[in-house]
Design a protein around this ligand. Structure first.
Ligand SMILES: [Zn+2]
Length: 301
């Protein structure tokens, strides 16, 4: 099912980077160098006239901080021509460091994870609730997430509290979930606003069905490549984008440190496939949807 994506395969035009990508950590000095040289390094910087991008799915977790300090991470985001970057991290300190470095650019989202290993256990760990409450009392956010939750786990006590906290604090839920877990969250709070990470790695037809049923559901397209390849939009996805031009946004998903290398490439390749859609639809998906939903949330707090 999840093979709808081919996340490990970079665009065909980037063979040299593919070597770096496959080399994993070995690529770090290369992109660190590219950033510190400001420059455009190996990935072309966005031209001033380039379509702005709202990247709805970024992480700046603890194992990235030393290799890519906040100032360099922000330099990469700006090199990519991002208008906004929705960032969460394990732990939340990474998000706060990036937000302090670029409050005009970074929109903080609160992850339930204090370290990388909690993805599969957090929903059974009641200490997560106190962690979230303490952070919510101290800092401002636009969402809780991204968190991973599947099927009936979404009805567990910790997840129920997360849905309630989002409601109390008027926050979005950024949910990496199957469709079933999305349904369960809406059952708990029909007024919830959910950003469905990776559009659930589900098929475009299923995604359309979910969007028809839930007017307060939006999708990010992070870490999937079935919607567009070689700068062309897949036909079934094109139909989804045209039916729901105000419900999709793009995202890189920097879930490991080396994924930061792709922030600029991701923005540039998004601009390519978006250019094949009607301009108002492209602008919506590129940045206007994200800006409309999240852009004013911090100021309202
Ligand atoms: Zn993610």
């Amino acid at each position: 099912m999840h093979m709808l994506t081919s996340p490990l395969r970079p665009p065909a035009s980037h063979t040299r980077r593919q070597c770096l990508r496959v080399a994993g950590l070995a690529c770090l000095p290369a992109w660190a160098l590219a950033v510190s040289a400001a420059g455009p390094g190996s990935a072309a910087a966005a031209s001033p006239a380039a379509l702005p991008i709202f990247d709805a799915h970024l992480h700046y977790s603890h194992d990235a901080w030393d290799r890519l300090p906040p100032a360099q991470a922000v330099a990469l985001l700006r090199q990519a021509g991002l208008k906004r970057a929705m960032v969460s991290s394990s732990s939340d300190e990474g998000t706060q460091m990036l937000y302090q470095a670029a409050p005009d650019l970074v929109l903080p989202s609160l992850r339930p994870y204090r370290s990388r290993g909690e993805i599969g256990s957090w929903m059974n760990d009641s200490t997560v609730v106190a962690h979230l409450e303490a952070r919510l009392a101290k800092y401002r956010y636009v969402a809780i997430g991204e968190f991973h939750i599947y099927s009936s786990d979404a009805d567990g006590a910790v997840m129920r509290r997360v849905v309630a906290l989002a409601r109390e604090h008027r926050l979005f839920l950024h949910s990496h979930s199957d469709a079933d877990a999305i349904e369960r969250q809406f059952k708990q709070d029909p007024d919830a606003r959910i950003l469905w990470a990776h559009a659930g790695f589900d098929s475009p037809d299923k995604v359309r069905e979910m969007l028809r049923r839930h007017p307060r559901l939006w999708c990010d397209l992070a870490f999937r490549s079935d919607h567009a390849s070689m700068g062309r939009v897949d036909d079934a996805w094109r139909a989804a984008f045209l039916e729901f031009p105000d419900r999709f946004m793009v995202g890189t998903d920097t879930f490991t440190p080396e994924r930061w290398y792709y922030v600029v490439d991701h923005a540039n390749s998004a601009r390519q496939w978006l250019a094949t859609l009607p301009p108002p639809v492209a602008e919506n998906i590129a940045w206007k949807n994200g800006e409309r939903l999240f852009g004013g949330l911090l100021a309202a707090r």
